[in-house]
Unconditional design. Structure first.
Lengths: 376, 613
């Protein structure tokens, strides 16, 4: 089992240039380049598998370790270059499928590597190595070394001494500081995730045309967050509230709001799961959200019916997310933040109330009761 | 030998007994910290952190002294549990030192060749702990999202940390920025709590901006004090160079923590006084680099502390020349920094020099360059007279103990101020060169006073006589036109420069200073001065000191505080004299040497552009 590529310095793309060969035709060059990339990809997958499951790691020294992480970084680079290029991505995914098959045959415990896994290749390598009982203790000690290196390039590969030490320091520092970051309405982690969501979206949208790719991206993220949908709602809120780089922001945020408006379930979840104060901030920041939020509140109201037993309006659906009281509070908070809205909404509710018969008795029209609650 | 064995065993048992008790204490602590994550436990952890580090160090030594893991586990059965719990305490794992010690303890328990099931299990457990620490992700939802966005965990955590630091920085800036309403609760308690929490993060490079902001918070509110533990940890990390701080942060640290300021001053003194090299320019550089003058300019209180330290050093060093020179340079640097800030702050001289005689403040603090050259003599005469009166007052009050102490104190402070502003003493020396016999009285008095402030045994009168004699001697020596100079003249010069065993001795340095100034400023040929300095070099031990005087003259010439109409000529003269002292022209034959020097001085440096000041 090969323990990683030998003989190639840095990226194979440079090989051509280094050999000073006469440049062939463009398409031929691209093809050869592609070939090389795919070959490297396969080798990298093999490396990951060997690191995680085979006994060759016993022979590893610091140099080998550095080289392995260098390969992992190369894969991360491949991901960042080609993840939005469907053709290349497709070709690479196919290659990985093939490699997965052969590696699966060679290693019984093998877990398949997909293209999207490549974005965290160093982490995968690390997980594999640390879980491999054959990994020499000396290698582990290097990874957890506590004297932080000056990141000098001792050999041709970046030093991985203390790689894990730095990770642990970082994670611990986050835990230490997190009680003090309640100044952020959504939390520092959600803010970071929000920024990244915006960045990805921005990158996709800036590539011109093909808004469907951005749409597809959001859909796949949503799908991936099954079971943590509320968390995703928080991230969406954070994304909509990021003020970094306002120019590019408006396009991406607009797109996100459009998408949100069409995803009723997500919108509803946002409005029920997130704290009112946060929703109000969103309403203040984005007109479309204000309107969407208002619509959700009205929808909730329309789904209510008066329960004699409880003496109050309640939601008819099995999942009761909001009480009449809460609904009123939400409306009032919204009015306080966006005063011009009050008149419009009251006018609308009034019309609905009239359509309901315009009785002055409690329990007959949710609209009428809402209006009275507003004016108390 | 056999008698030692039970003793060693007893020692070891005693050691391990102690460790068991301590172990118990720390184990309980670790359990408590792990159970709740309240602000109180957080505070408790931070408070105990430095003691915990000491204990971990002890443990590490203990582990390394054991022959095998089995033995270690037998002696300290709860060790594994303890270390394991600490691994999941973020305060312990965030701090660089405690993390290092913790990891080393774990590695210490790892057996290269496990001999039994206990050791094999220990090995497995250790590997698992490390693996979990590095790769386990608490927030699955966040990780799923990040995976979709193609962001690896290590990048994500780093970004979150930076975000947290940025949020906290902003927030600290906000609290208590406006004038607090007394009835309103200000949020300054947070600052103290934040600083406490930052104790484990002091050496974390990403947290540096936050620490800087905490340190530089203007202290507007009584409750906005920084935690003592924070300042202690910061101070020791900075002095052991585990941490680099921005200039302003260092100044703030000194402002908050007296002991770290003292340490900085003492280390500067050590550094400067250790290489008593003859380079005043280098001293200026060292002073600027130390940041102390800048800090003093920003905070009056720092200046006062530094001066107190200088005072005590002076009293101990018994007037050592290098210390005095340092104080003068420091004060001059400080005044320079103060001038830069003057539009921002408006500290009165009285606040900066509270103990100095107020009447002397402005006269002494005015630089010679700020005054017309013609006024110097008059100014110095006045200074000399004022100081003389002070000494007379002090001597008069010698009967009554209280007033005499006050008198002594006043005199000391006057002398200290003179030391701080010793450029006037240098001007006095320079003027002595061009004085006639009738003018040099007050100047000689000033010079003598500078070198011998106390009048123990009422020897000042005699010292003044000796000073006068020395001046006369030098005057006539430099006036002498015959070459070579008479041997007896030179001999008596050497005698003057050597340490005098009988009292009252006049400081040889005083005479040397005078001599060098004569050599530079006296209007006669360079060759004479050269010869005299050669004598100094060959026959007195004071080459370095003479070099020092020359170098500081050169510096002053550059700085413009000994303005002369032929600065260039003086520069060349000083250069030639420096060469004499350092023996550089030895290669050339002596006659050529003299001819060269003579030619140079006559033409006034025709090879260089001659500028008229």
């Amino acid at each position: 089992m090969r323990s990683g590529k030998s003989g190639t310095n840095g990226h194979p793309d440079d090989r051509r240039v280094k050999n000073n060969e006469c440049p062939p035709a463009d398409s031929e060059r691209r093809e050869r380049h592609m070939e090389a990339v795919l070959k490297n990809l396969a080798s990298a997958a093999e490396l990951l598998a060997a690191a995680a499951h085979s006994g060759v790691v016993e022979q590893w020294d610091k140099q080998t370790l550095s080289r392995a992480f260098h390969w992992a970084r190369y894969c991360e680079h491949l991901f960042s270059r080609f993840h939005s290029n469907p053709t290349m991505r497709g070709v690479m995914e196919k290659q990985l499928q093939l490699t997965n098959q052969s590696l699966g045959a060679a290693f019984p415990e093998y877990t398949e590597v997909s293209f999207s896994d490549l974005s965290r290749c160093q982490h995968l390598l690390l997980v594999g190595l640390l879980n491999n009982p054959e990994l020499p203790v000396s290698i582990m000690k290097t990874l957890f070394d506590t004297w932080s290196p000056a990141n000098t390039k001792q050999s041709e590969y970046q030093d991985v001494t203390g790689f894990c030490n730095h990770i642990i320091q970082c994670k611990s520092a986050c835990k230490v500081l997190s009680p003090f970051t309640d100044v952020s309405a959504v939390g520092a982690d959600a803010e970071v995730q929000g920024v990244m969501l915006m960045e990805r979206l921005g990158a996709l949208l800036s590539r011109g045309g093909e808004a469907c790719r951005a749409e597809h991206f959001l859909d796949s993220v949503l799908q991936g967050c099954e079971g943590a949908a509320e968390h995703f709602c928080l991230v969406i809120a954070a994304a909509l509230l990021t003020t970094k780089n306002p120019a590019a922001q408006t396009a991406s945020q607009g797109f996100l709001l459009d998408w949100l408006r069409r995803k009723h379930s997500v919108l509803q979840l946002m409005c029920s799961a997130l704290p009112t104060a946060l929703l109000i901030d969103l309403a203040k920041e984005h007109l479309e959200f204000r309107d969407a939020y208002c619509d959700v509140l009205k929808k909730w109201a329309s789904d209510m019916e008066y329960s004699m037993r409880e003496g109050e309006w309640v939601q008819t659906s099995t999942k009761r997310t909001v009480s009449f009281q809460k609904l009123t509070e939400c409306f009032l908070a919204l009015f306080e933040a966006c005063p011009p809205l009050r008149e419009d909404v009251e006018r609308e509710l009034n019309a609905l109330n009239i359509a309901d018969g315009d009785f002055d008795v409690r329990g007959l029209s949710v609209w009428g009761d809402l209006l009275s609650a507003f004016n108390n | 030998m056999s008698q030692l064995q039970p003793l060693i065993q007893l020692q070891q048992t005693a050691e391990s007994l102690m460790n068991i008790q301590e172990m118990q204490f720390w184990l309980e602590k670790a359990v408590t910290w792990g159970q709740a994550d309240s602000p109180d436990t957080q505070k408790d952890t931070c408070l105990h952190l430095s003691r915990l580090k000491d204990f971990l160090q002890q443990l590490l030594t203990h582990i390394n002294n054991m022959s095998s893991t089995t033995e270690t586990m037998k002696r300290l059965p709860f060790l594994g549990q303890f270390l394991g719990r600490l691994c999941w305490n973020p305060y312990v794992t965030a701090d660089a030192t405690s993390r290092r010690l913790l990891f080393q303890c774990l590695w210490g328990l790892y057996s290269e060749n496990p001999g039994n099931a206990v050791e094999r299990k220990a090995n497995q457990w250790i590997r698992k702990v490390f693996c979990q620490l590095a790769t386990e992700e608490d927030d699955a939802a966040a990780q799923a999202l990040m995976k979709h966005m193609g962001v690896p965990p290590e990048e994500y955590h780093l970004k979150v940390l930076r975000k947290m630091v940025a949020l906290m920085q902003e927030n600290i800036g906000k609290s208590c920025s406006s004038i607090c309403n007394i009835n309103q609760r200000c949020s300054c308690d947070r600052i103290k709590a934040t600083s406490e929490t930052c104790v484990p993060l002091i050496t974390c490079p990403e947290a540096a901006p936050l620490i800087g902001v905490l340190l530089q918070q203007p202290v507007t509110c009584v409750r906005a004090a920084l935690s003592e533990d924070f300042l202690d940890a910061l101070s020791s990390a900075y002095s052991s160079q585990c941490l680099s701080l921005e200039e302003q942060a260092v100044v703030s640290l000194w402002y908050h923590k007296l002991s770290s300021l003292e340490e900085a001053v003492l280390s500067l003194l050590e550094c400067v006084l250790a290489n008593t090299g003859s380079m005043p320019q280098k001293l200026e550089q060292q002073l600027a680099q130390s940041l102390l003058p800048k800090a003093c300019a920003q905070h009056c209180s720092i200046f006062l502390v530094v001066n107190d330290i200088f005072r005590s050093i002076l009293k101990q060093a018994d007037g050592a020349e290098s210390v005095k020179y340092l104080i003068q340079s420091f004060t001059s640097c400080f005044l320079g920094e103060l001038a830069l800030l003057q539009h921002q702050t408006s500290v009165s001289l009285k606040a900066l020099f509270p103990q100095s005689p107020q009447s002397l403040l402005v006269p002494l603090l005015t630089l010679p360059s700020e005054m017309p050259r013609e006024a110097w003599r008059h100014h110095l005469n006045w200074l000399s007279g004022s100081l003389q009166r002070l000494t007379e007052e002090e001597e008069e009050g010698d009967g009554d103990s209280i007033s005499s102490t006050r008198g002594h104190h006043k005199l000391f402070e006057a002398w200290f101020l003179l030391v701080q502003c010793a450029q006037w003493v240098q001007v006095a020396v320079q003027l002595l060169v061009t004085s006639g016999p009738e003018d040099c009285g007050p100047l000689l008095w000033l010079l003598t006073f500078y070198h011998h402030p106390t009048n123990r045994g009422h020897h000042r009168a005699l010292q003044l006589v000796h000073a006068r004699e020395a001046w006369d001697h030098l005057h006539s020596l430099f006036l002498a036109l015959s070459r070579p100079l008479p041997a007896d003249h030179l001999q008596s010069l050497v005698t003057l420069l050597s340490p005098q065993p009988q009292r009252p001795a006049l400081s040889p340095l005083l005479i040397l200073n005078l001599l060098v100034n004569f050599a530079v400023f006296f209007q006669q040929s360079l060759s004479g001065s050269t010869e005299i300095l050669q004598t100094v070099r060959k026959r007195s031990g004071l080459v370095d000191e003479a070099m020092c005087v020359l170098n500081s003259l050169e510096l002053r010439l550059n700085g413009g505080s000994c303005i002369s109409s032929d600065t260039n000529r003086l520069h060349l003269r000083i250069k030639a004299l420096q060469n004499t002292l350092t023996h550089r022209r030895e290669a050339l034959c002596p006659a050529e040497n003299q001819a060269h020097a003579l030619a140079r001085s006559k033409t006034g440096g025709s090879t260089y552009p001659h500028t008229n000041a």
